[in-house]
Design a protein around this ligand. Sequence first.
Ligand SMILES: Cc1ncc(COP(=O)(O)OP(=O)(O)O)c(N)n1
Ligand SMILES: Cc1nc(C(=O)O)sc1CCOP(=O)(O)O
Ligand SMILES: [Mg+2]
Length: 216
Amino acid sequence: MTVDHEQLSQLLKVYFIMGSPNCLQKPEEVLKEAIAGGITLFQFREKGTGALKGTEKAELGKKLLAICRENQIPFIVNDDIDLALQLDADGVHIGQEDEPVEIVRKKIGNKILGVSAHSIEEAQAAIESGADYLGLGPIYPTKTKQDTRAVQGLSLIKDLRENGITIPFIGIGGINASNARQVVKAGADGVSVITAISHAASVSEAVNELKKQVLL
Ligand SMILES: Cc1ncc(COP(=O)(O)OP(=O)(O)O)c(N)n1
Ligand SMILES: Cc1nc(C(=O)O)sc1CCOP(=O)(O)O
Ligand SMILES: [Mg+2]
């Protein structure tokens, strides 16, 4: 899947990330409701306490991919490059502790490649090595991921734009409908969200509310 900056910027508006440990109901149902609410991109992140492994993980990925395909929502796999290739996903997301960006780029060809960055230096290195978009976080405190870097607030987002970085990027970590607008106003193309969507009483309404906030 080849996408230019403008298409990617649109795909990143409401980027839902989820795996079975994040769900209060069946992941397939959560994803369907999130799509009905208007998510623009989905990442399968099967990680954390109770996460599925091996064949069970691949089977769930296959089901979630099928739902995304039926609804024309691009499907990104977190960390697991082999699974992304096996499923023929639309892209992968990797962090600073995962495989090096150049190697992943060679493995996945022109699939979408997202890379986490926590400083201007990491952002520039990721771009030079072939990233299509960046994930910046944690913007706010989060309980979903234990091993995050320090909370960034909006400063990194502003710094990147002020330093001429034009690649699309999202903010991640503790983002919900009450703070999403300021993330986009600071310069992010969109927001990546786990809990504020997956734990919502109404998943589709939560997405809808986020979407209103990010479409300035
Ligand atoms: C869109 C997006 N941004 C950041 C991350 C975090 O990636 P990483 O730092 O590799 O941490 P894990 O998610 O692998 O625990 C992400 N997954 N997606
Ligand atoms: C997966 C992830 N990565 C982060 C980072 O800072 O890179 S924060 C995070 C968890 C985001 O979950 P929630 O929306 O529930 O706060
Ligand atoms: Mg990772």
